[in-house]
Write a protein that binds this ligand. Structure first.
Ligand code: NAD
Length: 355
């Protein structure tokens, strides 16, 4: 596969491919745009079926980070890393240290953190080789996994979406379906359950589903049925591209609001959701809590500021996107992209970008 002409290349500044023969590490780091600051984005480990799949994933993920940082008002660029491999079988501390050395070789152009398949302890292992890491507990107890902040932001976003789309001022009595109860999905299920929401969940990793059922009393649903399950909100908290022409027809909820990155299979799917009357809460806006948290961890600030920032995104940015989408008869995904580009793109380029 060619990279420069790739559909998702979108003027990436840098893409680094690395294979470490000793540890078996195969990794790609993509840096999309650093107009606003260094590129910060998590590292994902996943058993990609092909290198092409890994390239497409890292390009889409890193681009999303640029948009996320821009729309949430952070002075950060967008980047992301992927490790090709099964985190349950192939993740070793040697491999993670090799990844840390790769991150270090970029000398701060890219700062890494956790993502799917990479947890806080893995990030801490990478940190033995590089200081360009965030999202793990430092000496003195500072820092840590940002997933609870991501979940908190999604929870706040669901409140706003329910108010806008359904006129509900309380979540109590609402039904939410969660696809994936991993780091974020589990924490979201906890917050929702505490707010009196009836939570339905599916996970392909049965241990994670069992834990959510046992700890939180969520109602288990088969992975292939979760999208169709009738509810007020469908919350994708697993992998991307779950919203496509077919799945949108089958959706059981009038709101999509979840943490997964790149939920739309294609940009047209954002338009499809809008014309089906579904309120799509743009993924990179609603899931920005974790980025906000690791930003403040890395550059330093107190926890109250983190929560205030996440609350601002939910209470100001999301309603503004919903309002403009209604006013301009546009998809929420299109409006979010426009607002983000206005911040990270030089004015002269903002309207010619086809992204
Ligand atoms: P995770 O690996 O901890 O959890 C993902 C869960 O989804 C796992 O339990 C996995 O088994 C499950 N899953 C995978 N495919 C599935 C499917 N088809 N159906 C049902 N379950 C499935 O990852 P996470 O950190 O919770 O992240 C979840 C999503 O949110 C990812 O897309 C990630 O990029 C995004 N995200 C995470 C954060 C964060 O702070 N962790 C921040 C922003 C965005």
């Amino acid at each position: 596969m060619s990279v420069f002409t790739h559909l998702d290349y979108d003027d990436h500044e840098k893409v680094v491919f690395h294979r470490d023969a000793t540890t078996g590490l195969q990794a790609i780091i993509a840096i999309h745009n650093t107009n606003l600051g260094c590129a910060l984005g998590g590292c994902r480990m996943w058993p990609y079926a092909s290198e092409d799949e890994a390239i497409a994933d890292v390009l889409r993920l890193s681009r999303g980070m640029t948009y996320k940082a821009a729309i949430t008002g952070l002075n950060l660029g967008g980047g992301k890393a992927v490790i090709i491999g099964d985190p349950h079988r192939e993740k070793t501390s040697d491999l993670l240290r090799a990844m840390g050395r790769l991150v270090n070789s970029l000398q701060g152009e890219y700062v890494t953190a956790e993502d799917v398949g990479i947890g806080e302890e893995d990030v801490a292992t990478m940190a033995t080789e590089t200081s360009f890491v965030t999202g793990f507990t430092r000496q003195g107890g500072m820092g840590g996994d940002p997933s609870p902040y991501t979940a908190y932001g999604v929870f706040r976003g669901i409140e706003q979406a329910a108010r806008f789309q359904l006129g509900w001022d309380t979540l109590s009595g609402m039904r939410v379906t969660i696809q994936g109860v991993g780091k974020v999905g589990y924490e979201l299920a906890r917050l929702l359950s505490e707010a009196g929401v009836r939570v339905y969940a599916a996970d392909i990793f049965s241990d994670n589903l069992k834990r959510a059922v046992a700890d939180l009393g969520v109602i288990p649903v088969a992975p292939e049925d979760i999208l169709r399950q009738p509810a007020e909100v469908f919350s994708p908290c697993a992998m991307g591209a779950v919203l496509n022409e077919q799945s949108i027809r089958e959706l059981g909820a009038p709101i999509v609001a979840g943490s997964a990155n790149n939920q739309l299979a294609t940009e047209e799917d954002g338009l499809r959701l809008a014309s089906s009357g579904v309120l799509y809460v743009p993924d990179y806006v609603i899931n920005s809590g974790g980025l906000i948290e690791v930003y403040y961890q890395y550059f330093g600030a107190d926890r109250q500021e983190v929560l205030r920032h996440i609350d601002r995104v939910a209470a100001e940015t999301l309603p503004e996107i919903f309002r403009l989408a209604t006013l301009e008869h546009a998809a929420t995904s299109v409006i979010a992209d426009q607002l983000a580009r206005e911040r990270f793109m030089p004015r002269s380029l903002a309207h010619t970008d086809a992204a």
